[in-house]
Write a protein that binds this ligand. Sequence first.
Ligand SMILES: C[S@@+](CC[C@H](N)C(=O)[O-])C[C@H]1O[C@@H](n2cnc3c(N)ncnc32)[C@H](O)[C@@H]1O
Length: 236
Amino acid sequence: MNSPRIDPAAVDYEKLYSGAEVFPGVAVQRPPWDIGRPQSLLVAFERAGRITGTVLDIGCGPGDTAIHLARCGYRVTGVDIAPTAIAHARERADKCGVRVRFEVADAVHLDGFDGGVDTVVSSALLHCLDPEQRRAHVAALSRIVAPEGRLIQFCFTPADHAELYAPSPISEAEIHRLFDGPDWTITTLRTDRLEVAAPPEQMSKRFAEYGFHPELDERGSMLLPVLVLEAHRRKA
Ligand SMILES: C[S@@+](CC[C@H](N)C(=O)[O-])C[C@H]1O[C@@H](n2cnc3c(N)ncnc32)[C@H](O)[C@@H]1O
C-alpha cells in the first residue's frame, strides 16, 4: 500500500496547535513534537559545552528547549511562525519564572537579528520548509549568526516511512548543498534520534496499516531518525 505523503504546502502550523487533524480522521490534542520537556539531544549539546553566548531557538514551538537553555543561564530568544506556539511558550516560561524572549517570526527572513546571535538552535524546523524556503533560511542564518558562531540543527531524514511524519525529509547531500560554501564549516553531520510524543491509538493504527512500527522509548515516546548538524559561521 502506498503511504500518504504530507503535502508541505498544506501544513498549517497554527492549526496544529489547536487540535487539527494530522491525517484525515486523526486529530491530536497537542502537536506530536510537544513532549513537554527539552529534546534530550539538545540537553546533551548543552552539557557538552556547545552552547555559547546569545541563543536563538528558531521554530521553538511551545518553548521547552528555549526555557531549558535560559534556566542553564543563557540569554535566549525563541521564535516561531505560529502565534499559538508563542503564546504557549510565554505561558510556560512565566509558569517556570524563567526569562525568555518569545516572538512570532518567519525563519525565512529573521529580520532584526543581524550579526547578533552566537548560537542558533533549530530542532525539527528545516524539514518543515520547502526547498526555496530552505535556501532563504540558510541565507538568513549566514546574516544573523556572528562570526565563529554556531548552528545546532536537527532535521528528519528520508528514512523508511519518513513520508508518514516528515513534510520534506532532508538528505545528507542536501545539507552539503545548503552549507558547503564560503559561510559555513560543517563540524558534525551524523544521524541520531529525536523524541516525539507517544502516538495516539488512531495514529499507531494508521502507521501499522503502512507497516510502520516506530521505535519507542521507556516513556512510550517515538524515537525518529534525524540528521544532526553542527556548523560554524566562518569569519567574514
Ligand atoms: C516540528 S515543530 C518543532 C518544534 C520544536 N523546535 C521542537 O523541537 O519541539 C516545527 C516548528 O517550526 C515552526 N515553523 C514552521 N515553519 C516555520 C517558519 N517558516 N518560521 C518559523 N517557524 C516555523 C512550527 O510552527 C513548529 O512550531
